[in-house]
Design a protein around this ligand. Structure first.
Ligand code: ADP
Length: 263
């Protein structure tokens, strides 16, 4: 009888724990999905009014009478910069909300293509900014870099890493973008390196820089702008390609992000 009772007790306990964990999990998953959908829908809806504001500011900037006034010109410039910043934040939120879906890897549109011209163009898009800070940009890649992956997402990844490298490098620094493709087991491996001679990342922060909204110390965050979403998007793009991302950094000396993507 005792053994029978013990078996019955264990059975009931197992059933109860199974039932309760399911009941607890379903609402959490459901509310998580709802929250993700809300962020995705809200970001999507905000994009249209923002692009209307942006084109209106552009139209005003073309009006000679308005821009003749220094004060109006200054306000318009401030408006344009803030709208640009908000658009970036909203696009980042939308990308992250989509990346959270169960079918995140289906968001990739894979192609076989030459990555070199995309990388070169992305680096060139930073030339003006780099020139203002007297930062030297270097590009080191073979004549063609034929890979398989999502062209837009991999270009976005480069953009994020280069944007950070230039943002966190003081005047007169160096930023180098290097691409390599090498055989790897029965496949190939694309290696991307973005190296700077910037302020570096303290050792204790490295583990958290890929977290959403994480920014290394508040004072420098205010100085450099940004909202702490870039690297979480970069990490998602690398994960969706089944690759990995490493960081080597020394405070005051510089940082190198190395991405490895098998294909
Ligand atoms: P942010 O918009 O703040 O740049 P990210 O997610 O791209 O957001 O980066 C997170 C944090 O990691 C940044 O706030 C910055 O402190 C640090 N970081 C990223 N890249 C670099 C770099 N190349 N050099 C120094 N610090 C960096």
């Amino acid at each position: 009888v005792l053994i029978g009772l013990a078996i019955l007790f264990i059975g009931v306990a197992l059933l109860l724990s199974h039932f309760m964990s399911k009941r607890a999990l379903v609402p959490i998953q459901e509310s998580y999905n709802r929250q993700r959908e809300f962020v995705a829908n809200a970001s999507h809806e905000l994009r249209t009014p923002l692009s209307v504001i942006f084109s209106s500011v552009e139209a005003l900037e073309m009006d000679g009478e308005i821009t003749a006034n220094d004060f109006s010109q200054k306000i318009l410039h401030r408006l344009r910069e803030e709208v640009k910043r908000m658009t970036k934040l909203i696009n980042d939120l939308l990308t992250l909300a989509r990346s959270d879906s169960e079918h995140a890897s289906l968001e990739l549109v894979k192609d076989i293509f030459d990555f070199r011209p995309h990388a070169e163009r992305t680096l060139q898009s930073f030339e003006d900014l780099a020139m203002k800070k007297e930062i030297h940009l270097h590009f080191d890649a073979p004549e063609s870099v034929i890979i398989s992956g999502d062209t837009d997402k991999l270009t976005q990844l480069l953009y994020i890493l280069l944007d950070n490298a230039i943002k966190y490098t003081p005047n007169n620094g160096e930023v180098t973008l290097q691409l390599r493709v090498e055989p790897f087991k029965h496949q190939h491996m694309l290696t991307i390196s973005v190296k700077d001679t910037g302020i570096g990342i303290p050792r204790e922060d490295i583990a958290r820089i890929f977290d959403r909204f994480y920014r290394v110390d508040k004072a420098r965050s205010r100085q450099y702008g940004g909202h702490g979403l870039g690297l979480s998007i970069a990490k998602w793009i690398v994960d969706a390609h089944k690759g990995r991302i490493e960081v080597h950094s020394e405070v005051g000396k510089g940082t190198e992000f190395i991405v490895k993507i098998p294909f």
